[in-house]
Design a protein around this ligand. Structure first.
Ligand SMILES: *Cc1c(COP(=O)(O)O)cnc(C)c1O
Length: 394
């Protein structure tokens, strides 16, 4: 079997050995319902609460402020929809950005139908949210600011602490979708003045279908899912015990290895980025190079279409992505790249590579070689490129 090179870690990650091992007993042997009163059940409750403490330690909050969910999308929906409900006496205006994940953008579209007004703040050509525009958008009616910590397509990291300060100054709740950041870069909800935060297990080598919402303990939120008393009466349903235990183990490992891993990924990513720019003409990197996740690089190649590049990479055993997983399969250009002001043609020709802790230099060298060949091949078929390279002959 040909080896696969996996460079799509922003879409999902492999479950770590440790997380898998931690989960296994909870599928069959330790099957007690955590709400039971006998020891066989309460030990599962304890396992859940150990995961809660682990998570709270990593993002710098109280364990009682962590609520387990089915993933990042649920946490985002919970935060937006329930804050809108809670604050409807105060106002109906929410501020977010043009580059959010669809879990935020589509929840906002739904809220608009319910009578909320949403301001979508733009970004500069580096993909950084325009803070002056954000502050100017605030009205007496504003109830929530929701800005992602790190973007899933271009990896840009926003100045979350400053946005927290702006929210605090105007007495507005602040939510951040930190799904791409948690477990990869340091995140402190205390230091950044974050009131609500979303994260997802499968983005930091935990299992899929489990995530969490951090919610500051003095937000008087009513129940999101009605039923039993789980999650302090705010999210009913028997807990996903194996998932939660696996996520707890994964975040513990991610936190322990964070700085070493970030350094390693960044070194390799920078090599990749520089080699591609050196060897492939008419290529560009999308998004800020400074404020960026260590494992992300997003390229646009003029005169070569993104989907075609991906298909040809796949034929060479290389997994990458154009934009987000959710837009793959559709022909619309990425909303994130359009927000950067990229012409539609370049937005279509973009590819995201996201490295993992196991990515090697040999793999990257192979990808660079293949990518160079693929782009040349595709451009040979492009009349614009043939014309241009004819003109430029020296
Ligand atoms: C993956 C992702 C989500 C969705 O998380 P799921 O656990 O897959 O529901 C939300 N926001 C961002 C930024 C993501 O990258």
């Amino acid at each position: 079997m040909r080896n696969m090179i996996y460079l799509d870690n922003a879409a999902t990650t492999r479950v770590s050995e440790g997380a898998l091992e931690a989960m296994l007993p909870y599928f069959a042997e330790q099957y007690g319902n955590p709400s039971g009163i006998y020891e066989f059940a309460t030990r599962n409750k304890k396992a859940i609460n150990r995961a809660r403490e682990e998570i709270a330690g990593v993002i710098d909050c109280n364990p009682a402020e962590i609520y387990f969910t089915s993933g990042g999308s649920e946490a985002d929906n919970w935060a937006l929809c329930k804050v809108a409900e809670l604050m409807r006496e105060k106002g109906r205006h929410i501020i977010t950005t043009k580059i959010e994940h669809h879990a935020i953008l589509h929840a906002c579209e739904w809220l608009e139908k319910q009578g909320c007004r949403i301001s979508y703040i733009g970004v500069d050509e580096q993909g950084m949210v325009k803070l002056d525009e954000l502050e100017r958008a605030i009205t007496r009616d504003t109830i929530l600011i929701s800005v992602m910590t790190a973007n899933n397509e271009i990896g840009t990291i926003q100045p979350i602490m400053r946005i927290g300060q702006i929210a605090r100054k105007h007495n507005i709740l602040f939510h951040t979708d930190a799904v791409q950041a948690v477990g990869h870069v340091p995140v402190s909800v205390r230091k950044c003045g974050i009131d609500l935060l979303s994260a997802s297990g499968h983005k930091f080598n935990g299992p899929k279908g489990v995530g969490f919402l951090y919610m500051r303990n003095d937000i008087p939120m009513s129940s999101f899912i009605h039923g039993g008393g789980q999650e302090r009466g705010r999210r009913a349903g028997t807990e996903n015990v194996p998932g939660i235990v696996g996520m707890g183990q994964a975040i513990k490992e991610a936190a322990r290895m964070m700085s070493q891993r970030a350094k390693q990924e960044q070194r390799l990513r920078d090599y990749f980025m520089n080699e591609v720019l050196r060897r492939i003409p008419y290529a560009r990197v999308n998004g800020s190079r400074r404020n960026r996740l260590p494992n992300n690089v997003n390229f646009s190649f003029q005169f070569a279409e993104g989907e075609s590049i991906l298909i040809m990479l796949d034929a060479k055993g290389i997994c990458a992505s154009s934009g987000s997983a959710c837009t793959t399969g559709s022909t619309a250009p990425s909303h994130v790249l359009m927000a950067l002001g990229l012409p539609e043609e370049l937005a279509h020709g973009s590819i995201r590579f996201t490295l993992g802790q196991d990515t090697t230099k040999e793999e990257i060298d192979y990808v660079i070689d293949e990518l160079e060949k693929i782009i040349a091949q595709l451009r040979e078929m492009s009349p614009f490129y043939t014309e241009l390279s004819g003109e430029n002959k020296k």
